[in-house]
Ligand binder design. Structure first.
Ligand SMILES: NC(=O)c1ccc[n+]([C@@H]2O[C@H](COP(=O)([O-])OP(=O)(O)OC[C@H]3O[C@@H](n4cnc5c(N)ncnc54)[C@H](OP(=O)(O)O)[C@@H]3O)[C@@H](O)[C@H]2O)c1
Length: 277
């Protein structure tokens, strides 16, 4: 008699990080419930073509603002991974609707749906945006998992993404303590790498595209902590399998100055126009 595969759900499975995680989980023999907002949208077709998808992948239509759709997707799953949340690429017009609600209320719905569906473990994809935005931080000190962004400061500077990720992560860890759900949070830095999806471009990839397609003449030589998307998928599975409840993990492998990113891209793709100041 063969043992049935372990069953987990990935929210936002059609996204940059979500899709690499789905691919990894399938390759490790997991049965995956993949949530997308529109299973009929051609941008999600690639998921069905992943190796082992025919036998082990089921697509579920779910919006994080709709608790019923989440409960249906989580039913029968031992674990849930929650990367679904908007990453704004432009000036936000309606922060509550575009960023805060899907990130904070959306995560609350995910937490409650996990409890309702008797899910044992949840991995929430947070971000270093929930760590870095803090004016009183001592810049000589290495940032680690004890550091949080300052919500008041985020609001003042209208950094809705950092505010939303901070609130959602804080709430997740509090929920774990209060309700006995095993929750781990993973905080990737800037994620780059190959795309599995063929239609949708995520925000960090759009930044690279902007830089090679005649973007700005002058760029601020910022320091970027970076990681490959495939390492993020590995890290998500690692914390799922190994981490204790309420643990928080920053996920970063390298650091690079923006001018070095530009030089690297120039050497690889010399025929584009780049910022030269
Ligand atoms: N990329 C990075 O550098 C980076 C760094 C740190 C943390 N993160 C975090 O990683 C996660 C994934 O980011 P990504 O780069 O993979 O972005 P992405 O490709 O844009 O993926 C985001 C996913 O969220 C889904 N989504 C948005 N609003 C939703 C809603 N109301 N209901 C259900 N699904 C919704 C989108 O689904 P649709 O296809 O239906 O729009 C999409 O699949 C996010 O939580 C982000 O904060 C990313």
């Amino acid at each position: 008699m063969t043992t049935p595969p372990r069953r987990v759900c990935v929210t936002g499975a059609g996204g940059f990080i979500g899709s690499w995680l789905v691919k990894l989980l399938l390759s490790r023999g997991y049965a995956v419930h993949a949530t997308v907002r529109d299973p009929d949208d051609p941008k999600n077709t690639f998921l069905k073509q992943l190796e082992k998808a025919p036998e082990n992948l089921s697509l579920f239509k779910a919006d994080v603002l709709d608790g019923d759709s989440l409960r249906a997707a989580f039913a029968g799953c031992e674990g849930v991974f929650h990367p679904a949340s908007p990453v704004p690429d432009d000036k936000t017009v309606d922060p509550e609707k575009e960023v805060m609600a899907p990130t904070v209320k959306g995560t609350e719905n995910v937490l409650e749906a996990c409890s309702a569906a008797s899910v044992q473990k949840l991995v929430v994809v947070s971000s270093i945006a929930a760590v870095c935005f803090n004016p009183s931080y001592d810049h000589d000190r290495l940032k680690d998992e004890t550091v949080w962004s300052d919500k008041k400061f985020c609001k003042e500077y209208e950094n809705w993404y950092s505010l939303a990720k901070t609130e959602a992560e804080e709430m997740s860890l509090k929920y774990a303590e209060k309700n006995g759900l095993h929750v781990v949070t993973l905080l990737p830095c800037l994620v780059f790498g190959p795309l599995l999806q063929t239609v949708h471009l995520n925000t960090t990839t759009k930044v690279l595209l902007f830089m090679i397609k005649g973007g700005p003449d002058i760029m601020n030589n910022k320091f970027w902590p970076i990681i490959d998307v495939r390492d993020v998928a590995d890290a998500l599975l690692l914390v799922y399998e190994k981490a204790g409840s309420s643990e928080r993990y920053i996920c970063s492998t390298d650091q690079i100055d923006l001018k070095d990113v530009l030089n690297l891209m120039k050497s690889m793709y010399p025929n584009f126009s780049y910022a030269d100041k």
